[in-house]
Design a protein around this ligand. Structure first.
Ligand code: ATP
Ligand code: MG
Length: 430
């Protein structure tokens, strides 16, 4: 009797990156690390799982993320509520406080990795996605606010991405938001009839976020609402103007978007988003801002902070559209074709000697006809095939064949090379 097993598939909204497409991910990660190093940012790695209360406190109870997007569960061992990180900032700040990183200096730190949100999957919106998260802890700005924006612009340039625009806003300080809040609630009460379920629920708990709606029926109400920007005092305006002046210095264009709120509750002063017109509805590739209250809110000594996060899936999608030519690297430099037990063993030893010289090598595994082995060698995109087999091997020679078009015509033919000079010969060719 034979048993059949059903396939187990990935969870909806959680993607694999298979060999081929994954090359772009690796390439991006390399570029990103160099780019961050150019600004003195250092890597931090925090756990994917954190206490749920870190996020309810750090992101805010009345936000999309905390209200409906978190993957939370109860740890069956001790009954604690745990959550898969839906973003990096709260965990980064927790770690900075826990390890006392800010006691005598400011910190420029970054992290890169998966985050989790229970959203409806569609292009550019997944349940597991990846962020590049960049945080400047302990610096009050506006110089550092501007540096962060300029730095994002440099990444777009490094990747050859042109179709992005910058929107910025200022959320002022708590007192300014309180004054605006009263005027805003009055406006919302006046337009109660057009508010949707989220709008009605948030009207008194988080009225600013009612304006962040994507509901078309609420746009008119949101457009005519009192603007927080008009409630900014002199200090907040000076901060904002100073950021703008530095963007002008860097030749970066921006647009003031007085309706931009951003996801976290504790943003203040500068907030910004980089938006593209090439990705359809999921248009924001990078969002960030200042969150001077968060470190204290999470139990640290009060200190200012500013940061941003880039959605890597959206960035890769956009990058691929703008630079479709970026080619995947070859699997290896040298592919060794071999036949027979003796040849297979010699191939394994030769491959190790080549790797000692920094050459990447694949030895054909198992057996197979020369034809099928050469097919694999070609598919590997190796520049050289080495053939070990039969009489040649017995005479102490191998055949070498250049596989790429760039090879001179006479080299493209097979040539014989003595085994004892093979490593030196190949070192010269790759
Ligand atoms: P959106 O308005 O698109 O839901 P957001 O304000 O929730 O975005 P942030 O919390 O600021 O997003 O996250 C930073 C970046 O992460 C976004 O600008 C976006 O590029 C990316 N991002 C957010 N949610 C998702 C998701 N579900 N799938 C893929 N990328 C995402
Ligand atoms: Mg969202």
């Amino acid at each position: 009797m034979t048993q059949t097993f059903s396939k187990v598939t990935a969870i909806r909204g959680m993607n694999d990156a298979i060999p081929g497409p994954s090359a772009r991910w690796e390439q991006l990660e390399g570029i990103v690390r160099d780019w961050l190093h150019a600004y003195g940012y250092r890597n931090m790695r925090t756990p994917i799982l954190e206490h749920t209360r870190l996020f309810t406190r750090g992101i805010g109870e009345v936000t999309d993320i905390v209200e409906k997007e978190m993957y939370s569960f109860t740890d069956s061992l001790n009954g604690e509520s745990l959550t898969m990180r839906p973003e990096f900032t709260a965990g980064m700040v927790r770690a900075a406080i826990e390890h006392n990183l800010l006691y005598d200096r400011a910190q420029r730190v970054y992290a890169m990795g998966p985050v989790f949100r229970h959203e409806r999957p569609q292009r550019g919106r997944y349940r597991q996605f990846h962020q590049i998260d960049v945080e400047a802890l302990g610096m009050a700005g506006p110089d550092i606010d501007a540096e962060m924006i300029v730095m994002a612009a440099r990444l777009w340039k490094l990747l050859g991405i042109t179709d992005v625009r910058l929107e910025i806003n200022s959320l002022g300080q708590a007192a300014e938001r309180a004054a605006h809040r009263e005027a805003l609630i009055a406006h919302l009460e006046l337009h109660k009839a057009v508010l949707d379920e989220d709008g009605l629920r948030r009207m008194y708990t988080n009225p600013l976020r009612v304006l962040d709606t994507k509901n078309p029926a609420m746009q008119e109400m949101a457009n005519t609402a009192p603007k927080l920007f008009d409630f900014l005092g002199e200090e907040s305006r000076t901060h904002f103007d100073a950021v703008c002046a530095r963007l002008d210095d860097a030749g970066i264009q921006y647009q003031l978007n007085t309706r931009m709120v951003r996801g976290l509750d504790y943003y203040n002063l500068t907030v910004f988003e980089w938006i593209t017109d090439s990705l359809g509805a999921q248009a924001t590739i990078c969002g960030g801002g200042r969150y001077d209250g968060l470190i204290e809110l999470l139990g640290g000594k009060p200190a200012p902070a500013v940061g941003f996060a880039i959605g890597m899936e959206r960035l890769i999608d956009l990058w691929g559209q703008m630079q479709p030519e970026t080619t995947a690297p070859a699997e290896c430099d040298v592919y060794i074709v071999q036949q027979g037990d003796e040849a297979q063993r010699r191939a394994a030893v030769l491959a190790e000697s080549l790797r000692d010289e920094g050459i990447s090598v694949v030895v054909h595994a198992g057996s197979g006809s020369f034809k099928s082995q050469f097919k694999r060698a070609d598919a590997s995109a190796a520049s050289i095939a080495v053939i070990l087999a039969g009489d040649e091997l017995a005479q102490g020679v191998a055949s070498v064949k250049m596989l790429r078009q760039s090879a001179a015509p006479e080299e493209a033919m097979q040539q014989q090379v003595p085994l004892d000079s093979l490593v030196a010969f190949l070192k010269d060719k790759v």
